[in-house]
Design a protein around this ligand. Structure first.
Ligand code: NAD
Length: 352
């Protein structure tokens, strides 16, 4: 059994479905179901007994202790977080609570449980923390990409809260010997991403004939990785990563936000052409986000050298599949945009 937190979110749900198609060990999925948690993302597992859903908050120590006791997992994959930078600027409190206090609570419950394991189980146990490249702050235009040795310089409440969580994970390894591993990943994209994030926002706005908003001049640079490649990297680190290890994960795909928007428009122009003109005409530049980091880029050389992981998708192949997925799953988009997906926020979805 592995325990996954935040498994009803974008990356967590992709991780659980890919895990269960590749591995035998069952999954207990611990999720509070915030606005970002959507059980519909896991609809393909409705009849799969290897997936158990637990509606719980990672900040609840008693509940976390009882879940470790009940399921006795041999690994934790910790995705649960508040994840949207814009929301962290307008309402930082939830980011501090879940990303810092929640990670602390989970670590503490994991440590107590880990102490009860046999020597062999203790060694095999892993607490895998899913972090972000944003903890390293902004990169100057021609600087080399972030490595595992890059200094921390978070600039938003989101990245600061993730940085704090990273330090807690590190200290639980250094002080208590808990076998932790941390992955720092660049921007993910793919199926089931909530349409507040750049790529699904651009696709959904284009299709509904609305303005496609880009911050500032749109020339902020991000590295993009298809979510399934991130999930494969996590499986690889879980299997072979060194206890206490840190691995940067990225797609070697630096793009400006404007380039990303143009690629999406060009794909849509071919798949669902407008009567007049191009989707590019819907792009609208809006006032920049405060403290907006100009560039992130990841050097994913260590995980390639030491663990043999490489992304499978190029940006071109991954983005084409993603646009097609949103076209084919307009019901999912409608449910999310109308709020109908909230109706699935109870455990009965996986019990009936
Ligand atoms: P998401 O917002 O789509 O999903 C987060 C999930 O966590 C949701 O299901 C939500 O209900 C759950 N959750 C939130 N607070 C909780 C709490 N207190 N207790 C239990 N569950 C809670 O996020 P995502 O994009 O899937 O990101 C997952 C993880 O990966 C996050 O830790 C994020 O920092 C990290 N990450 C994301 C990206 C990216 O591009 N999306 C890149 C690098 C790292």
């Amino acid at each position: 059994m592995i325990l996954v937190t935040g498994g009803a979110g974008f990356i967590g749900s992709n991780f659980i479905t890919s895990w269960l198609s590749a591995e035998d060990r069952p999954v207990v999925n611990v999720d509070k179901l915030t606005y970002a948690g959507n059980l519909h993302n896991l609809a393909s597992l409705k009849a799969d007994k290897r997936h158990v859903f637990e509606h719980a908050d990672i900040c609840d120590m008693q509940k976390m202790r009882s879940l470790f006791e009940m399921y006795r997992p041999l690994a934790v994959v910790h995705f649960a977080a508040e994840s949207h930078v814009d929301r962290s600027i307008s309402e930082p409190a939830d980011f501090i609570k879940t990303n810092i206090n929640g990670t602390f609570t989970l670590l503490e419950a994991a440590r107590e449980y880990w102490l009860s394991l046999s020597v062999a189980e203790k060694e095999a146990f892993r607490f895998l923390h899913v972090s972000t490249d944003e903890v390293y702050g902004a990169l100057a235009p021609f600087s080399p990409p972030f490595s595992e040795q890059s200094p921390y310089a978070p600039n938003s409440p989101y990245s600061a809260s993730k940085a704090a969580a990273d330090h807690l994970v590190r200290c639980y390894h250094q002080t208590y010997g808990l076998p932790t591993v941390t992955v720092h990943c660049s921007n993910n994209y793919g199926p089931y991403q909530f349409p507040e994030k750049l790529i699904p926002l651009m696709i959904c706005r284009a299709l509904s004939n609305e303005a496609m908003p880009l911050y500032g001049d749109g020339l902020q640079v991000r590295d993009w990785l298809h979510v399934r490649d991130h999930c494969a990297a996590i499986r690889c680190v879980l299997r072979n990563g060194t206890s206490g290890g840190i691995y940067n994960v990225g797609g070697w795909n630096e793009k400006t936000n404007l380039e990303v928007a143009h690629v999406i428009c060009d794909i849509l122009d071919k798949l669902v052409p407008k009567k007049n003109g191009s989707y590019r005409e819907q792009i609208a530049f809006v006032t920049d986000r405060p403290g907006h980091d100009r560039r992130y880029a990841i050097n994913a050389g260590k995980i390639a050298r030491e663990l043999g992981w490489q992304p499978v998708e190029t940006f071109e192949s991954g983005i084409a599949k993603t646009v097609q997925w949103y076209l084919d799953n307009q019901d999912w988009v409608h449910d999310v945009q109308s709020g109908d997906y909230m109706k699935w926020r109870d455990r009965s979805f996986f019990q009936s």
